[in-house]
Design a protein around this ligand. Structure first.
Ligand SMILES: Nc1ccn([C@H]2C[C@H](O)[C@@H](COP(=O)(O)O)O2)c(=O)n1
Ligand SMILES: [Zn+2]
Length: 159
């Protein structure tokens, strides 16, 4: 008999984004992203982390303090990492599953790389200017966005 409780495509790709987020060393916000083409093939994944060669243990992870002593100047966002991790050429028409709504910098990278849809989970910075700017750019550029609709399905991973 055919299984009925299998994952939908959205659950599958958001699940991969959530799992990728678990690689992040950021103790406040872990973000994961999964890029998918129109044939539901995974093109790339990423999570927020320090640039290659910048030792996680030597970099700041603080949110507050002198700007140079916080993570914000250094950390590479999940979406940007996923885009840069893709070695296969064009991302035209692809969609991105991301656990947090893209910031304005990632929104620019998403638009410029030709992606057409953003599926996000959280939007906890919706009132911040950077998110307002992201949505303004997506609207103008014809990039659609929608919130992932959880079906309350639990997956346990014993690792
Ligand atoms: N769409 C996003 C938004 C944020 N990030 C990263 C950047 C930081 O590591 C963290 C946000 O830190 P917070 O200000 O919440 O302490 O999330 C990302 O990768 N993608
Ligand atoms: Zn970003």
């Amino acid at each position: 008999m055919k299984r009925t409780d299998y994952l939908s495509w959205d659950q599958y790709f958001m699940g991969i984004a959530l799992l990728s987020a678990q690689r992040s060393k950021d103790d406040h916000t872990q973000v994961g992203a999964c890029l998918v083409n129109d044939q539901n093939k995974i093109l790339s994944v990423g999570y927020n982390g320090m640039p290659t060669g910048c030792n996680d243990d030597d970099m700041p992870w603080e949110r507050d303090g002198e700007p140079l002593d916080t993570k914000y100047f250094y950390v590479c966002h999940a979406e940007l990492n996923a885009i840069l991790n893709y070695g296969g050429g064009s991302l035209d028409g692809a969609r991105v599953y991301v656990t947090l709504f893209p910031c304005n910098e990632c929104a620019k990278a998403i638009i410029q790389s030709g992606m057409k849809e953003v599926i996000y989970m959280q939007d906890k910075y919706a009132d911040d200017d950077m998110t307002v700017a992201s949505k303004k750019m997506f609207d103008m550029a014809g990039v659609t966005y929608r919130q992932f609709e959880p079906k309350d399905q639990t997956i346990e991973l014993h690792l």
